[in-house]
Design a protein around this ligand. Structure first.
Ligand code: HEM
Length: 265
């Protein structure tokens, strides 16, 4: 029998869709949830910071409450804040660069809000990195990390008063967050099927505006509050509060019999 040399026929390989396309449904929902979740945190964070307008004592008590988590705080920060916002930002950049083609399939494609959502996303990315380095102890190695939890008002005030452009940078950040979260809640309502018809989407505009205004007012209040802190006076009040805390701790320990009470006549 006549034998033929083996012939291999090249079959065209189908291009494997990107990871975003393959898991689009899940990624879009986790992306949306992480944005909403972080948005909730932003409101609480700004409300806490704006309490400096009430008094140095009030802001210190609010900060102390958060820091009473002690060694658990970094864990809580990473699980509930850093990981969600890093995920949101990574997927956000992928959307901006068009790696996830169908994620932007909304009715309002092409209008001003669609563009502003992306512009504010980019501003927020650089603002959040700058803000964390400026205030959080993670930024100490880079000359930042100015916020000291036990001296909440004076350290925040001094950090905002370092240069004239710092409050402007913060104002740009919080106003971007106000638009991005307000409009983001509106698009999230579409992601989760809450407002589908044009009439319902029109009604949802008022929710978006209310959330945006809330973030803007709280953010500007926090900046004005920090700018107006009298740093030396705040430091004196904080020192008194620290001394009182130490005294109360000593009294508590003495009352429980762990240490001897100071001898009194
Ligand atoms: C204060 C921080 C942020 C908050 C509270 C936030 C919140 C949100 C929310 C709630 C949405 C709507 C999600 C949906 O439609 O289901 C959204 C959309 C979006 N976010 Fe963020 N985000 C923040 C920061 C960022 C950053 C840093 C980036 C990336 C650089 C980013 C990129 C985007 C993009 C591109 C969209 C639009 C997605 C689309 O239209 O398909 N976001 N964000």
């Amino acid at each position: 029998m006549e034998s033929h040399p083996a012939v291999t026929v090249a079959t065209p390989e189908l291009a494997r869709p990107s990871v975003f396309v393959r898991h689009q449904f899940l990624i879009k929902r986790v992306f949306s949830l992480s944005g909403l979740f972080f948005g909730g945190y932003v409101v609480v964070h700004l409300l806490t910071n704006a309490s400096v307008l009430a008094s140095v004592q009030m802001f210190q008590l609010n900060v102390d409450r958060i820091h009473s988590l002690g060694p658990l705080l970094p864990l809580v920060e990473w699980i509930f804040l850093f990981i969600p916002i890093i995920f949101h930002a990574l997927v956000g950049w992928a959307i901006i660069f068009g790696a996830s083609p169908n994620l932007s399939d909304y009715r309002y494609v092409g209008n001003v809000r669609y563009t502003l959502q992306r512009v504010t996303a980019i501003i927020l990315f650089f603002f959040i990195v700058g803000h964390v380095l400026h205030m959080h102890h993670l930024g100490t190695a880079f000359g930042g990390g100015h916020f000291k939890p036990e001296e909440a008002s004076s350290s925040m005030g001094a950090a905002l008063q370092l240069a004239f452009w710092i409050p402007l940078f913060y104002a740009l950040g919080v106003l971007s967050a106000a638009f991005h979260l307000g409009n983001g809640i509106w698009t999230a309502g579409i992601t989760w099927g809450l407002w589908i018809t044009p009439a319902a989407q029109k009604r949802a505009n008022s929710i978006a505006i209310a959330v945006g205004l809330l973030v803007a007012v709280l953010g500007i209040a926090a900046i004005v509050g920090a700018r107006n802190v009298d740093v030396d006076r705040a430091r004196t009040i904080e020192k008194t509060m620290q001394a009182r805390k130490q005294w109360l701790l000593g009294e508590g320990a003495a009352a429980s019999g762990m240490v001897d009470r100071p001898a009194t006549k």
